[in-house]
Design a protein around this ligand. Structure first.
Ligand code: NAD
Ligand code: 89V
Length: 425
């Protein structure tokens, strides 16, 4: 990834805050070799690269103008009917542990492509650009000022989300941002208010509800087979060594409830309906952690159902059930047991039936992560489809406020030892 390209820098520097820009001047997926044929000496190649880059920037600006309809989000019905001009171009920010799954998933997401990646560690960004044949990589997300992107995928840790979403909103670029949305409810509310005022859509990348097994359970609940819901339990307990891939979790004060609990709280809302009161007990089982690695949460739902969410990274089971969510759901006519092996046992009309959910069989997923990995393309496809249709995201930032209010109430209940209602937050 040669210095020759530095020649481009002056041109690009003219744009405010473009930062460390490196590009391979390649159209998506084109192998570097193709270019080398023409002249072979870096300099003229640099010159033609600059000319091409400015032409591209100009084209991007023109296209952005044409696509401003999307940015202004008042997409009219006729717009939707008309075939999409080109794939929406995205910037991925954060080239760490989980971003690999995002990039594999973007490579199969219809109507979108990642045009550039970015990481404060620009070498790290360069390596992902190389591995996934992405033409550009950057050392800062300030490149969002270029107007070259139709959306941004933020795959960094929660402490960085408020600033990064605000940067995208300032440049009117739609956002999909990884969970946890933010460390506390006040920060979540600030992000939502800022984006809403600017009319820029923001979706939280919350993929557990997009797992096939939970889409199937939702179908069974909607069929009325087990009747009106009365009770639910979602249990996520294992002793996976999460710290080797995600060492930041060792130092995170708000740890287990924000890392896995938030997946379960979103699932509880998705399956059992909204909730308005929470009681919680936290535990820190593993030595030396800044936060909790286990929590037990009781929810009171608006529809009078009760549910329990229990999560732990300190539960020894052999074999290890990671990353499966187990549990049971009861209605007035029947119940569903969520068993290991992605198996559902449905009890209704006096008998039981078994359903096993098959993985999608992608060539880039591998156990034990397959169940989670398979949900990433579904989550991203929902984002793109909804952005183009002008509809409402299932896990919009605004809707997610209710999920993060439950997490906030859980922490406050654990601190105060009493039931906390979301109304008092
Ligand atoms: P990571 O620390 O491995 O990667 C984050 C990357 O972001 C790092 O390379 C860092 O240099 C970069 N970064 C930080 N601030 C930046 C900035 N301002 N601009 C550009 N780059 C910046 O983290 P990870 O484990 O990949 O987790 C990322 C997020 O994904 C976390 O919020 C985590 O909770 C979430 N996550 C979700 C799932 C899931 O969806 N099931 C699974 C694992 C992790
Ligand atoms: O999904 C997550 O957020 C991760 C986990 C290890 C659960 O996958 O932290």
């Amino acid at each position: 990834m040669g210095e020759g390209r530095k020649a481009c820098r002056p041109l690009r520097q003219s744009r405010p805050g473009a930062g460390d820009v490196r590009s391979r001047g390649l159209s998506r997926g084109e192998r570097p070799a193709a270019r080398r044929g023409k002249s072979g000496d870096g300099r003229s190649q640099a010159g033609s690269l600059c000319r091409r880059a400015s032409r591209r920037a100009g084209a991007a600006r023109r296209l952005c103008g044409a696509q401003s309809r999307i940015r202004s989000f008042q997409v009219t019905k006729s717009d939707v009917a008309r075939p999409q001009i080109r794939p929406l171009k995205g910037l991925l920010v954060g080239c760490g542990f989980f971003a690999r799954n995002h990039l594999h998933a973007w490579s199969e997401t219809k109507g979108a492509e990642i045009a550039a990646v970015c990481d404060l560690d620009v070498e790290r960004a360069g390596r992902y650009a190389e591995e996934f044949s992405i033409p550009q990589w950057h050392g800062t997300a300030e490149v969002l000022a270029s107007g070259a992107f139709d959306f941004v995928d933020i795959c960094t840790t929660m402490e960085t989300h408020e600033a990064l979403v605000a940067l995208a909103v300032r440049h009117r670029v739609p956002v999909i941002v990884q969970k946890p949305f933010a460390p506390d409810i006040d920060t979540c509310r600030r992000i939502v208010a800022n984006a809403k005022a600017a009319g820029v859509p923001v979706m939280v990348h919350e993929n557990f509800r997009f797992q096939k097994i939970f889409r199937r359970i939702r179908e069974i609940l909607d069929s009325g087979e087990i009747g009106e819901l009365t009770f639910g339990r979602l249990s996520w307990r294992n002793a996976i060594d999460v710290y080797s891939n995600q060492p930041y979790l060792l130092k995170t004060e708000r740890f287990m409830i924000m890392d896995v609990g938030i997946h379960m709280l979103d699932l509880a809302r998705f399956l059992f309906g909204d909730a308005n009161a929470v009681s919680c007990l936290r535990q820190s089982v593993k030595e030396g952690l800044a936060g909790e690695d286990a929590a037990t949460i009781l929810l009171r739902h608006d529809n009078a159902a009760t549910s329990i969410v229990d999560v732990s990274y300190a539960s020894h089971r052999f074999p290890n059930p990671f990353p499966q969510t187990l549990g049971e759901i009861e209605g007035r006519l029947g119940s569903i047991q969520i068993l290991e092996g992605e198996t559902l046992l449905v009890h209704s009309e006096g008998r039981q039936r078994r359903e096993t959910i098959e993985a999608d069989g992608r060539n880039w997923t591998s156990d034990p992560w397959t169940q989670i990995q398979d949900s990433v393309p579904r989550t991203q496809q929902h984002f793109i489809d909804t952005l183009l249709s002008g509809g409402a995201f299932e896990t919009s930032a605004e809707d997610s406020l209710q999920t993060y209010a439950l997490a906030e109430a859980a922490y406050r209940s654990a601190e105060s030892g009493r039931l906390v209602t979301t109304a008092e937050l």
